[in-house]
Write a protein that binds this ligand. Structure first.
Ligand SMILES: *[C@@H]1O[C@H](CO)[C@@H](O)[C@H](O)[C@H]1NC(C)=O
Ligand SMILES: *[C@@H]1O[C@H](CO)[C@@H](O)[C@H](O)[C@H]1NC(C)=O
Length: 660
């Protein structure tokens, strides 16, 4: 006790010495709200002012939906430590209205309720002495599933999202009717943290630039009571094609050519301040890419210094990338069909200054140093929170297996249909369809002549496994080149030869995985599963009369799976495998799960879908498992593996693993 007391005392003195004047400095809110709040952010002069005082916006992007809520405070504190004064986040509509008309802002009891506590995140940001730049879309891109839009919108045939289409706008209005009262109350001039609000996102890059839609959105923001500065953002090469000059203050997205981009902004908006809304600290990864994207820390530092010296305002995209939990990653695509589909990995580490697991980096230190050097407004900043060492838990043997037919038996909904229906069109989830996961098209009593050919017309969305009598016949995704074979999105009108011998009364299962909807660019066709552009033929005969099983892997279902059998050595085909992580002590920390011993699938921990793995595709090879999702005692880890039983264990890793 005595030692402890002295030690703490000493530590206290050391802190005082190192912090020096910092402890006496005003907080950001003390500095900017002293004497009362009269005005928000102003761009009426060539620099920003907030409440009449000069301000440069130094912001870092942290998306609340990509960080475990238990760690929001840690990540926000680590942002403020650097001297940055603002956090930026998108708002993901599909988190807050997961079903048509069902809203959740933290207490709605929906599947992603924990992440839905947006007001909690915003209040925490203020508590951590940060201002907020908010980007509610409704389209956000963000490389997030469907660019943030809810998939049930697609049940309206022909809906034109991101346009003035009255059907689309009526859903936007209803959603904003729930969202905006939360945001208006948290505006800076009402005593809250929000200083800037972005309307839409990179609208100048939309394939269909409908300025009437942008005007309607602007009017909606205004009539909803948003009084803080409304902005747009685009790449500078989009010029003013995606903004409303005079109504929206224009910001831009760029990671290099700082001088040129700021000058372009100044030409478009003379005598106004300039802001880089997305200064790319790194880049995202897609499955099939050979290497994890990185940005050289020195290049990052030099470029950041150019922004500060200009002087410009900035938002680091990303400051802390986080994770595309569950099935929530977005994807890219080329025009036309599904052949250039490219899903974003589960990790959204982004090579950002604060890593996916919350580690400090060279870039982090660079921000901190440069802020000390360039920020002329001195306010109090906290000490860096300690990073708890991650643990490599002992490898686990599997203690249960659930064969595919035993999984199907536990699916609560099954739908009979003559034609294969897409996920979105299934009459489930209060007529909102299926949003995520897998969908199974099942037939029984099929007579299959020897050497039969099964053909699926069009492109599947996104991969299909073919099982006959519960045996997997299609190619496992062991390597990238397999994507050019039957079963994968690149193939149009693909076919597969079934068994060499004739089978009577066989069962046939087509298991289709939704690998994430497109978030950027070509938004033309986002249905998943087998859609109305697909027909299934056995030899020359079209198959009909399907029983369709939505395999959603919702938390409560995952936690109540029964009928686990013992692990078979030579299983081929999709199955669930289970292991138990028993933690006897209180040292419960973050870890990574090393998936290199497995082929293709996803991992569930205590009911929560962590994310996908695809060891043959790269670059991501390990999944981040946050400590707060583990508990003392037993923790259930489940793997859904598509292809072969790899004879693997559950293996942990201290650090992320990338293929090289
Ligand atoms: C605010 O910034 C402008 C531009 O740098 C400068 O001219 C002005 O003196 C500053 N005002 C205060 C009060 O520091
Ligand atoms: C199956 O696909 C291959 C490759 O695309 C094609 O050459 C062949 O004609 C197809 N067979 C049938 C029966 O459709």
């Amino acid at each position: 006790m005595a030692f402890n007391f002295h030690f703490r005392n000493l530590l206290g003195q050391l802190l005082l010495i190192t912090l020096g004047a910092s402890a006496d400095l005003p907080t950001l809110y003390e500095y900017y709200t002293e004497g009362g709040i009269n005005s928000g952010l102003s761009v009426d002069q060539p620099y920003f002012t907030l409440n009449g005082k000069n301000i440069s916006i130094y912001s870092g992007a942290i998306h609340y939906f990509r960080v475990p809520p238990e760690l929001w405070q840690d990540r926000l504190r680590k942002l403020r430590v650097t001297g940055v004064n603002t956090v930026e986040t998108y708002i993901a509509w599909n988190i807050h209205e997961p079903q048509d008309g069902v809203f959740d802002f933290g207490d709605g009891g929906t599947e992603l309720e924990a992440w839905a506590d947006l007001p909690g995140f915003l209040r925490l940001a203020q508590q951590e002495d940060l201002f907020v730049v908010i980007r509610p879309g409704p389209y956000i891109c963000g490389e997030w599933e469907f660019g943030g839009l809810p998939s049930w919108l697609l049940r309206n045939e022909g809906i034109q999202v991101r346009t003035r289409d009255p059907t689309f706008m009526s859903y936007v209005e209803r959603y904003f009717g729930q969202l905006m009262p939360i945001l208006t109350e948290l505006q800076f001039t009402k005593g809250g943290p929000i200083i800037m609000v972005q309307v839409e996102n990179e609208f100048g890059y939309s394939a269909n630039i409908d300025l009437e839609y942008l005007q309607q959105l602007y009017d909606l923001y205004k009539s909803s009571g948003i009084v803080e500065l409304l902005v747009s953002n685009d790449g500078t090469n989009a010029g003013q094609s995606g903004t409303l000059p005079g109504l929206l203050f224009q910001t831009a997205d760029f990671g290099s050519d700082i001088q040129t981009c700021f000058e372009t902004l100044e030409q478009m908006q003379p005598n106004k301040p300039v802001m880089d809304m997305e200064f790319y600290t790194g880049w995202l990864d897609h499955w099939t890419e050979e290497q994890h994207h990185t940005r050289d820390p020195n290049d990052f530092r030099d470029t950041y210094e150019q922004i500060l010296a200009y002087p410009g305002s900035v938002n680091f995209y990303m400051f802390h990338g986080g994770t595309n939990w569950g099935f929530m990653n977005g994807a890219n695509n080329g025009p036309g069909d599904n052949s250039n589909f490219q899903p974003v990995t589960t990790s959204y580490d982004y090579d950002a200054p604060l890593t996916e697991a919350g580690d400090y980096t060279t870039k982090y230190e660079a921000i901190r140093e440069l802020m000390k050097q360039y920020n002329t407004i001195e306010t109090y900043t906290p000490d860096p929170p300690e990073v708890k060492e991650r643990r490599v838990y002992d490898s686990l043997d599997l203690n249960g297996q659930l064969r595919f037919e035993d999984i199907l038996r536990q699916v609560p909904d099954k739908i009979d249909s003559d034609v294969p229906l897409s996920m979105e069109m299934l009459p489930i989830n209060q007529n909102s369809g299926q949003s995520y996961g897998y969908i199974v098209y099942h037939q029984e009593g099929v007579n299959i002549p020897a050497n039969s050919v099964l053909t699926i017309t069009g492109h599947v969305r996104d991969t299909v496994m073919v099982l006959v009598n519960n045996v997997l016949l299609s190619n496992a995704l062991t390597s990238r080149d397999r994507l050019d074979t039957f079963g994968y999105w690149r193939i149009e009108n693909g076919n597969i030869t079934l068994t060499t011998e004739a089978l009577n009364g066989a069962t046939l299962d087509l298991i289709v995985e939704n690998w994430g909807r497109v978030g950027f660019g070509n938004f033309y066709y986002q249905y998943k599963g087998l859609t109305d552009s697909n027909s299934v033929f056995l030899n020359d005969e079209e198959l009909s009369s399907w029983t369709i099983y939505p395999l959603e892997f919702k938390k409560s279902w995952n936690q109540n799976l029964g009928d686990w059998g013992s692990v078979e050595e030579s299983q081929s085909g999709p199955a669930l495998y289970k292991a138990t992580l028993t933690i006897d002590d209180d040292d419960i920390t973050d870890t990574f799960i090393d998936m290199r011993g497995w082929v293709r699938g996803f991992v569930i921990v205590n009911g929560i879908v962590l994310g996908r793995y695809a060891s043959g595709l790269g670059p991501q090879q390990a999944l981040y498992l946050p400590g707060p999702w583990l508990q003392k005692g037993d923790n259930e880890i489940i793997v859904f593996e598509h292809s072969l039983w790899p004879g693997s264990q559950i293996v942990f890793s201290k650090d992320p693993i990338y293929s090289s």
